[in-house]
Design a protein around this ligand. Structure first.
Ligand SMILES: [Mg+2]
Length: 216
């Protein structure tokens, strides 16, 4: 596999994420039922089905030709189809990832790391959340840090994404002992301690899907 992410790679990434979310609907629902309203699995499954239905055909027929256009389509689709907090958050992440990439047809490790870092900044701003608040940010922050370290050391996509996926899973697991400070879960206070944040669960799947699509 070429050591770059192109528009076909974005399609493969989104197809892989959609399959994972679909397989794990019950897991995500269970996480959200423990500390939220239980809709995260179904919402993400609906949104990713819409993304896959829109993106593949748009790339195949030539109406989406760049990495930025593909990421923008993903973001807009998630904003318009996913209910709850997750749609605007994931949508914002992808829209920010697309910034500056409208003419870009290939991303290397540095470029992909920069895109993920913009997405993380977008999440922080949109959710007004910080690391440690028990949100999807707690899975994405260590993933971006791991990618940045790998990219700085000159790593290709495969080792950079392997490190990112491992860091995202560790970050997800580290949300369990945290006290929720954002969203619906924050109303439950100390009852959230001991439960993994559902957004961090889906975020870890998103990074794992990137490893499978770009890092194989
Ligand atoms: Mg929910």
């Amino acid at each position: 596999m070429a050591d770059a992410v192109d528009v076909a790679g974005i399609v493969a990434w989104m197809n892989g994420f959609q399959r994972r979310v679909h397989l794990e609907v019950t897991y995500l629902t269970d996480l959200d039922s423990a500390i939220g309203d239980g809709d995260h699995g179904v919402n993400m499954d609906r949104g990713m089905a819409a993304v896959v239905a829109a993106l593949g055909p748009a790339v195949a027929n030539g109406s989406v030709l760049t990495v930025g256009a593909a990421l923008h389509m993903v973001g807009m689709t998630l904003v318009s189809t996913v209910g709850g907090a997750a749609g605007p958050l994931y949508g914002t992440m992808f829209l920010r990832m697309a910034d500056g990439l409208a003419e870009t047809v290939q991303l290397d490790t540095d470029g992909l790391t920069d895109a993920f870092a913009r997405g993380l900044e977008g999440l922080r701003a949109r959710g007004r959340a910080l690391a440690g608040d028990k949100t999807m940010i707690d899975a994405l922050t260590p993933a971006v840090d791991a990618m940045r370290t790998a990219a700085t050391e000159g790593a290709t996509l495969a080792p950079a994404l392997a490190a990112a996926a491992q860091a995202a899973e560790a970050g997800r697991d580290a949300t369990a002992p945290m006290l929720a400070r954002k969203g619906r879960a924050s109303y439950l206070g100390e009852r959230t301690i001991g439960h993994i944040d559902p957004g961090s669960g889906s975020m870890a799947f998103l990074v794992a899907a990137a490893r499978e699509a770009f890092g194989a």
